[in-house]
Design a protein around this ligand. Structure first.
Ligand code: SF4
Ligand code: SF4
Ligand code: SF4
Length: 169
């Protein structure tokens, strides 16, 4: 029945609009409201990602899980997608940066510098402090939001997000 089809389509559309934007959208992806309107949730990007960091998030839409690894900005997720959901890969992939959260061991005066070793762009710096354990600082100009530091932090104290709480979309 045509009207039934229309109703179910409208329901599907409403379902898409209510899907919460994930903490981290795919690299080069367009704003969330446009992304959910055209993403078919086929999972092609998940299969294509050589790092296997893409997972189904709210509503079955893809998101990045840095606990599984880092983004190498290879662009394979973009190439695999048949929908118009991505900006050109010649542009910057995203504006996410790493943030150190309250549970960091160094902030609790326990020596730890693991995140520094995992950061290729050398965006995590530990400055010496007299009589205190050095604590990490993120150079947001060098950090590309790759997420390599996230899984390496033994206490899960690194989060990738937009700087200053700005929205990605
Ligand atoms: S750019 Fe490459 S590593 Fe990053 S999410 Fe896409 S497929 Fe995975
Ligand atoms: S790896 Fe984690 S706990 Fe260790 S210094 Fe870095 S943020 Fe802190
Ligand atoms: S997200 Fe990547 S570039 Fe940024 S601090 Fe972590 S490892 Fe370094």
């Amino acid at each position: 029945m045509p009207d039934g089809v229309d109703l179910s389509r409208r329901g599907l559309f409403r379902g898409q609009l209510s899907a919460r934007a994930p903490e981290v959208q795919l690299p080069w992806s367009i704003p969330w409201s446009d992304f959910v309107a055209d993403c078919t949730r086929c999972g092609d990007c998940l299969t294509a990602c050589p790092e296997q960091i893409l997972v189904k998030g709210d509503g079955g839409f893809p998101t990045v899980n840095f606990q599984l690894g880092e983004c190498t900005f290879c662009g394979d997720c973009v190439s695999a997608c048949k929908q118009p959901l991505f900006r050109p890969t010649s542009e910057v992939a995203w504006h996410y940066v790493a943030q150190i959260e309250a549970g960091c061991l160094a902030h609790a005066q326990v020596f730890c510098q693991r995140c520094q070793d995992s950061c290729e762009p050398r965006a995590i710096r530990f400055s010496p402090q007299l009589g205190r354990v050095p604590t990490p600082d993120i150079d947001t100009n060098s950090c590309n939001g790759c997420g390599a530091c996230v899984a390496d932090c033994p206490v899960g104290s690194i989060k990738i997000s937009m700087p200053n709480g700005k929205s990605a979309a």
